[in-house]
Design a protein around this ligand. Structure first.
Ligand code: FVH
Length: 292
């Protein structure tokens, strides 16, 4: 007799590195899974692991109400779903895109009779299906859809719903990743400073990591100041002092033969804020210069 299951059946379009990891997590949790990929060969291993493979995207979409899309970019979503009947489908788009693309895609899906939830994945493939790795997806858009499929969506990684505005998941995703790139930029500069010295990067790395972790909670002070509008509240190292210190950083970079091109734009904003604002403030005024 055929095995029965109460687990939500899932259709997944896209079997790249991330799609394949998602697929394995749903299969491992016992969700019936239908998959489709533009290059069919990528579905072979998953079929052997229990996934049903569809010959076309339309066939995969027709198979289940919950349809998850994890493709390269918004253009590939458009291309894949063009002409596919989405009536009555719960479309969950985990493809990375801009907030505007997500809002447009939500309206596009609704016009085609589907509900829409957008997702921004805060994980890399090895974190999928590994709860202790701490990965999660930001979701935004149709709240009812999110609630209905909460359990299935929580199988590969955690879930964090951030609002009805379909663009908010992408916005949270890009905001966090932008902060990450700022951190990568700072780390690149730090490694460049020690690069030609007799300092072992492997010994230096834990010092750097610990320092970044120690500094990370400062985002809470920034947030409190943005909310209150008082940028001197709880200040630890004021703007005037920090601007006075910037020539030391620039001179050290020059002395080490390191380009200051990653640091200079931030220092320029600090100087501008000092010229326009109050030297007793924290660095929070830079946010206003950027968001103008
Ligand atoms: N991998 C990662 O580290 C990051 C983690 C955070 C989230 N991103 C985003 O996830 C989306 C998928 O990423 P991926 O890692 O699966 O990407 P690829 O391994 O390159 O696979 C791409 C899949 O998209 C298919 N595809 C590309 N173009 C088209 C198209 N025009 N029509 C239909 N499908 C298309 C591709 O198919 P194929 O090349 O195998 O035929 C793959 O299935 C992405 O938004 C990341 O930003 C991942």
């Amino acid at each position: 007799p055929e095995k029965t299951t109460e687990k939500t059946p899932v259709t997944l379009l896209g079997l790249g590195a991330m799609g394949t990891a998602l697929a394995r997590a749903w299969l491992a949790a016992g969700h019936p899974l239908t998959v489709w990929n533009r290059t069919p060969a990528r579905a072979g291993a998953l079929a052997a692991e229990g996934a049903r493979t569809a010959a076309t995207a339309a066939e995969a979409v027709a198979a289940n109400r919950l349809v998850v899309v994890c493709l390269l970019d918004d253009a590939s979503v458009e291309e894949t779903l063009a002409g596919v009947d989405l009536t009555g489908r719960d479309l969950v788009n985990l493809t990375t895109g801009t907030p505007e693309q997500a809002r447009t895609r939500a309206a596009w899906a609704r016009a085609r009779g589907a509900r829409y939830l957008d997702g921004g994945i805060m994980a890399v493939p090895p974190m999928v299906g590994v709860p202790e790795a701490g990965g999660y997806v930001f979701y935004s858009g149709d709240r009812e859809l999110f609630e209905r499929h909460r359990e299935a969506l929580a199988v590969p990684v955690g879930t964090t719903y951030v609002g009805e505005d379909a663009g908010f998941a992408a916005l949270h995703d890009v905001a966090l990743l932008s902060a990450m790139y700022g951190m990568f930029a700072g780390a690149a500069h730090a490694f460049a400073l020690i690069r030609r010295e007799d300092i072992d990067p492997v010994s230096f790395a834990p010092l750097l990591a610990d320092w970044l972790v120690a500094m990370a909670p400062s985002v809470h002070r920034t947030a409190d100041q943005l909310r209150s509008g008082d940028y001197t509240e709880g200040v630890v190292s004021h703007l005037a002092m920090q601007v006075a210190g910037t020539p030391t950083f620039l001179a050290t970079a020059e002395g080490q033969g390191v380009s200051a091109e990653l640091l200079s734009p931030y220092f320029a904003l600090m100087r501008r804020r000092l010229a326009e604002g109050d030297g007793a403030e924290d660095l929070t005024g830079v946010v206003d210069l950027l968001a103008r």
